[in-house]
Each structure stands twice: as structure tokens, then as C-alpha cells.
Design a protein around this ligand. Structure first.
Ligand SMILES: Cc1ncc(COP(=O)(O)O)c(C=O)c1O
Length: 383
């Protein structure tokens, strides 16, 4: 089958294409028909069976952990299902529980969830160090120079939301391991677009959501917990944390000896079914195909934006980026409104436009987007 036919077939799976030229897949991915069907099915099961539906739901929960573990090259013993990336990052911070004498190393190329938890929550500690970006990248030397023996945690975003910069996780984990500094990774913009292998690149914690490149719904996320943290006391505990739950012994809690100890109560089983269907769809389409399409489309976009002379924050080498393209343009908010008026969906912040195409998008769609950008750039003085 030709790529064109494959893409036409894939587009049939996404109702969004009848409504938008949708180019914000790294924000909230549109729900595909099989994902919607899987979730509707659970609602029907719950309507018909009540608690009886729980058992089917629980099987999907177990399967989802297996699938996520497969994508991350680990086992489900190391996976916690959370409600979001944010919840996973907070859980990681609470498990690490730095003392006030320690410090935390963050970067200004992170999403707010990576920094606010340290700035505003109970785990707030006085010495928070920000490594500053240089031209849309975070330099390894700058991270290295900021870490010291009191560093309780280095927290980064594997693919950053602002510029789209992708860390070389192998180099980063070499660095944090040499410094004995625990590493927390936000993989929300990475898993599903690029290979993330926690075996080859040993991180301490890695969190994400199913609602972006994994094509699931909002309200379901995951946290990978490395072996050395599986004995930690969970900051919150529920019946699913205990291995002896079937004893109904309220005086004795024997925690699971794996990441299940960090699970609480019944998760969002409708969302879990959707998340499982999303990951299954991703595996069916194939990571190689998806990665190639995203690489080709983002490359085309970057070439054309460069031709227009716009200020591109995304690093140009393919190895230094993934699915996000970010560029600055005068009057970005107005340009964004103009795009929306033409039924083109993308993002705007920091005086720029973010565009995250994926496998079902076409070059024609990017051309529609670029036509609006070119028109706006020509209008603006000084470009
Ligand atoms: C890198 C990154 N981390 C975290 C989030 C927030 O995800 P969640 O709502 O699942 O916490 C986003 C959302 O855009 C993101 O891009």
C-alpha cells in the first residue's frame, strides 16, 4: 500500500479531520474512533453490570500497565497509573522528599508542572536552582555545573514544550549517574514520538499522560518508578497499595513490593480503556511509521519557516527535537486567531506559535497553515 493510501485510511479513524486542520497533537490528541468506542463500551458495561464491569476494567488496567511498560522497555512492576503527568511528577517529588538542606535542579525549559510542585507545594525547599536555556537548548555543561553533592533531584522535560528541544537522555543519565543525582523526567512530549528506554537510559522517575502522543484520553497518566525506589513509603496509600487486601484486615497493611504500593483506589476505568485502545492503535500503526511521518512533516515545516525568515526556537538537527515546532512571529495572538478562523488548530504562547503535526496530517494541511503564516509575516514590519 502506498503512504498516501495508508494516510487516507488513517485519517478515516480521526473525526477531527472533518472539523479542523488539527496541528496541536502534542497538546491534546484528538480521540480516534476505536478509542472512543472502547470508552463508550465501558460506560455500557457499567450501566449493564455495575461492579461486574469492574473486573473487566481491572483486566484492562493490568494490560495498560503492561503496554506502557513495553513502550518504556521495563516491566509493569515499575509502573503506576496516575491521573496525569502532573500527578506522577508530584508523586515522584514526594517519594524523593528532599530535606531543606538539599537543592533541586530545574530548567527554564520545563512545563509548569515540573517547577510549581517545588515552588508551591509542601515539598518546597529553599534552594531551587534554575538552569537557563541558551537559544532553545539546555546545555549539559550548565546542568553539570549546577549539580552538587546536596542535589536531591534533577528534573527535566525530555522534549521541552516551549522550544521542542529534545535531550540526549543517554548523555544526561551518564551525567546524573556520575553525580549520584536522582533524575526525574517528564516524558509527556516524548513517549509515542521517540523511543524512551529506561533500561538504556536509567532515570529514577519518568511521568507522562496518555492524552498526547499516546492517543488516549485526558485523566490517565503513568509514572515509571526505578527499582531502587520501590521500597519507599508511599506518600498516600489506598486499598490497591496492599498485597494483603483480600484478608480484609484493617489493622495490618502489607504494601506491595512493587510500584502497585503507590496506587490508591479504583482508577478511571473509562479512561484506562481509552488509554489502552490508544496505545494499541499506536502499536498497530507502528512506531517506525509514526516517527518517520512526524520527522518528515516537522522537517518540511522547519524548512518552510526558515525560508520565511521567522525566528525558530526549535533546534534544527532532527536528533535534537521530536514532534514540536515553535517559532516566534509578530502579533502571535492575532495570527493565532486568524488561523483559528480558517479552522487551523495550533497553540500560542511566549509570543510564538506551536505546531505539532502527526502521522495523519498531510503536507497540504501544513501548506494551509504556512499560507496564513506567510501572509501574516509579510504584513508585519521588520520581517
Ligand atoms: C511536557 C508537559 N508536561 C506536562 C504537561 C501537563 O500534563 P498533565 O495535564 O497530564 O499533567 C504538559 C501539557 O501540555 C506537557 O506538555
Amino acid at each position: 500500500m502506498t503512504d498516501e493510501q495508508t494516510i487516507a485510511d488513517l485519517r478515516d479513524l480521526f473525526p477531527v479531520v472533518d472539523h479542523w486542520t488539527y496541528l496541536y497533537n502534542g497538546s491534546i490528541h484528538p480521540i480516534a474512533r476505536p478509542v472512543a468506542a472502547a470508552m463508550n463500551n465501558v460506560v455500557d458495561e457499567c450501566a449493564r453490570g455495575g461492579e461486574d464491569a469492574f473486573h473487566l476494567g481491572y483486566e484492562r488496567f493490568v494490560l495498560l500497565k503492561e503496554r506502557l511498560a513495553g513502550l518504556l522497555h521495563t516491566t509493569s512492576d515499575n509502573i503506576v497509573i496516575t491521573e496525569s503527568t502532573t500527578a506522577g511528577l508530584n508523586l515522584a517529588a514526594q517519594i524523593l522528599a528532599p530535606t531543606p538542606e538539599q537543592n533541586v535542579v530545574l530548567t527554564d525549559l520545563a512545563f509548569m508542572s515540573s517547577t510549581y510542585q517545588w515552588l508551591a507545594s509542601k515539598s518546597a525547599i529553599p534552594d531551587i536552582r534554575f538552569v537557563e536555556q541558551r537559544a532553545g537548548r539546555v546545555a549539559f555543561e550548565d546542568i553539570e555545573a549546577t549539580i552538587d553533592t546536596e542535589t536531591a533531584c534533577v528534573s527535566i522535560c525530555a522534549v521541552t514544550v516551549g522550544s521542542g528541544f529534545r535531550y540526549d537522555l543517554a548523555r544526561l543519565t551518564n551525567l546524573t549517574q556520575a553525580a549520584a543525582a536522582p533524575l526525574v523526567v517528564d516524558a509527556a512530549q516524548a513517549l509515542g514520538v521517540i523511543d524512551v528506554d529506561v533500561g538504556a537510559t536509567p532515570v529514577d522517575f519518568l511521568a507522562g499522560t496518555t492524552s498526547k502522543w499516546l492517543m488516549g484520553p485526558t485523566g490517565v497518566g503513568y509514572l515509571y518508578v526505578a527499582d531502587q525506589h520501590l521500597g519507599a513509603t508511599p506518600p498516600t496509600v489506598g486499598w490497591m497499595s496492599a498485597a494483603n487486601v483480600d484478608d480484609w484486615d484493617v489493622r495490618n497493611c502489607e504494601l506491595h513490593d512493587n510500584a502497585s504500593r503507590f496506587q490508591g483506589g479504583i482508577p478511571n476505568l473509562v479512561g484506562v480503556a481509552g488509554a489502552l485502545a490508544g496505545v494499541d492503535l499506536l502499536n498497530e500503526i507502528g512506531r517506525t511509521f509514526i516517527e518517520r511521518r512526524i520527522r518528515d512533516l516537522t522537517q518540511y515545516l522547519l524548512d518552510e519557516l526558515s525560508r520565511l525568515g521567522l525566528e525558530i526556537w526549535t533546534p534544527l538537527p532532527a536528533a535534537d527535537r521530536a514532534g514540536i515546532v515553535f517559532f516566534r512571529i509578530p502579533n502571535a495572538a492575532e495570527v493565532h486567531l486568524e488561523l483559528k478562523a480558517e479552522r487551523i488548530y495550533c497553540g500560542t504562547f511566549l509570543g510564538g506559535i506551536r505546531c505539532d503535526p502527526t502521522f495523519y496530517n498531510t503536507q497540504e494541511e501544513l501548506d494551509r497553515f504556512l499560507a496564513v503564516i506567510e501572509r501574516s509575516a509579510r504584513r508585519a514590519p521588520g520581517t
